[in-house]
Ligand binder design. Structure first.
Ligand code: SF4
Length: 367
């Protein structure tokens, strides 16, 4: 069996390590690129959202590299995510590929479901539960490390004296973490990566603009899909935080849901006067977090969404009222198959100018 799964930020790391530990060949698709998107878009219905197309491109590239088993995700919901797996499979079969297609629905049995699913893939009854649970736990520790690193990079990038120094460390961090096979290895890699980051000279007195990135899950997480938004902001001296991290996702969807605990109560309550019902995706989170981040003194929020994404379009239409009521600048960036960066950067720079202007006005008033 030669297994593959599409890219979503750093998710490939724990899965590749897991399969390596069980001597199952895992073919990680090449990093997302224009070729990935072109391949996916060329075999997708026009109106489908961009994440669907990039994921399809990943699958095509991995099958061309020899994969024979594809993992895809599914889940109930009001948006198109529930159709992704069915449509991906049929597009790939129409292209003539021969493969086994496995669908994982994380909302069925949460962490128990993922452990059962992975155990089945690597040998079923022959592998002990304890071994699989231990390896899944190790994968979560890899994700925690990668998320901690990303947060540190966001802090340093906006203050570093040599532009690009933190990005250089980050760019091969996933590969280095993927090679760790034991808790001892992981501790060593953590120490090495953090000391490389902490050795980067920064301007300690700088007070960079702070922006929160929110919106559709995949677009927030996947740098290729959002045109390296975090990096572009960091290069321009803006510190970012973001609404989605894999570790938060694991906490909510693999653990809290399992024990029936409601999650995001504060965010939903905050969004309530503007958007009371769940319209799927992260629409309520987009509204609620905008308000909460204004209260925390952020200079602005950026919503990222794919063209035709129903939940985020609902949020986008509500946001003018929210931003007026709470006086926080907001930029909505809609991504599709166009990969030209010039107009995107122009909008970003205009938004940064706006936030700087507002900050200087606020400082003048309070002086
Ligand atoms: S949330 Fe939006 S982009 Fe994501 S699957 Fe649903 S419709 Fe597509």
């Amino acid at each position: 069996m030669k297994i593959t799964l599409p890219h979503v930020n750093t998710a490939w790391v724990p899965l590749k390590t897991f399969f390596d530990k069980h001597v199952v060949e895992c073919i990680v698709p090449p990093k997302n690129s224009n070729l990935t998107l072109t391949l996916g878009a060329g075999h997708s219905p026009d109106g489908l959202c961009v994440p669907y197309k990039i994921l399809l491109g990943n699958m095509i590239q991995a099958l061309e590299l020899g994969a024979d088993t594809v993992i895809d995700v599914s889940g109930p919901g009001l948006c198109r995510l529930g159709y992704y797996a069915m449509l991906h499979e049929s597009a790939l079969r129409d292209l003539g590929f021969k493969f086994k297609f496995l669908v994982f629905d994380w909302q069925e049995e949460q962490i128990i479901g993922i452990v059962k699913f992975l155990r089945r893939l690597v040998g079923g009854e022959k592998i002990s539960w304890a071994k699989v649970v231990g390896d899944v736990k190790f994968g979560i520790q890899q994700l925690i490390l990668l998320d901690d690193l990303q947060k540190r990079v966001h802090h340093i990038r906006a203050r570093e004296l040599t532009l690009g120094a933190s990005t250089q460390v980050w760019h091969n961090a996933d590969l280095r973490v993927s090679k760790a096979q034991s808790p001892g290895d992981l501790r060593r890699v953590r120490k090495e990566l953090f000391s490389e980051l902490n050795a980067i000279p920064i301007n300690k007195d700088s007070k960079p603009l702070r922006v929160h990135i929110l919106g559709e899950f995949y677009m927030v997480l996947e740098p290729f899909a959002n045109m390296e938004l975090e990096e572009e902001l960091g290069k321009r001296g803006v510190e970012v935080t973001r609404a989605h991290y894999w570790t938060d996702w694991c906490k909510i969807w693999l653990f809290l849901e399992l024990i029936g605990m409601s999650h995001g109560r504060k965010v939903k309550k905050t969004a309530d006067p503007y958007l009371r019902i769940d319209v799927s995706g992260h629409a309520q989170q987009t509204v609620g977090e905008t308000i909460l981040h204004q209260k925390e003194g952020y200079d602005g929020v950026i919503q990222v969404l794919p063209f035709t994404c129903m939940p985020e379009i609902v949020a986008q239409n509500i946001m003018p009222k929210v931003t007026r009521d709470y006086q926080i600048p907001m930029l909505s960036l809609i991504f599709d198959e166009q990969t030209g960066k010039a107009s995107f950067l122009t909008r970003l720079e205009a938004f940064i100018d706006l936030m700087e202007h507002r900050r200087s006005q606020r400082t003048a008033v309070s002086a």
